[in-house]
Write a protein that binds this ligand. Structure first.
Ligand SMILES: [Zn+2]
Length: 119
């Protein structure tokens, strides 16, 4: 975690007490981002294509194109959120067959711009 992020985490925690509602809205952005880009970086660094995402409060059920089903917790500071922001991945899931255009869009789109929209 870089200094900037640490500072941000502290800020968010401080805000959390006073502005619960606002904090929640910010957190929802992570799911919105997933809905938008339809890509999921797994723990091993493989990028999967998201088939469906079902948001249930502070968690979301994700089903990938390779039929992996799992629950993710909503956190913009999670590993996945960080990987997506930094566009890190080690490989692409073959079973998901993520189309080339989607990957190009992913690497070309300013995700930080998207994330920063509500700061
Ligand atoms: Zn996959």
């Amino acid at each position: 975690m870089c200094k900037k992020e640490q500072g941000h985490t502290k800020k968010v925690q401080a805000l959390d007490a006073k502005e619960k509602k606002r904090y929640y809205r910010k957190n929802v952005e992570f799911f919105k981002l997933l809905e938008k880009i339809k890509l999921w970086p797994s723990r091993s660094g493989t990028l999967h294509g998201i088939k469906t995402i079902t948001i249930r409060g502070n968690t979301a059920e994700i089903v990938t194109h390779c039929n992996e089903r799992f629950i993710v917790r909503n956190s913009r500071n999670s590993r996945a959120a960080r990987w997506l922001r930094n566009k890190w991945h080690l490989g692409i899931c073959r079973a998901c067959r993520v189309p080339e255009w989607k990957l190009e869009k992913y690497s070309a789109t300013g995700l930080n711009q998207f994330y920063g929209s509500n700061l």
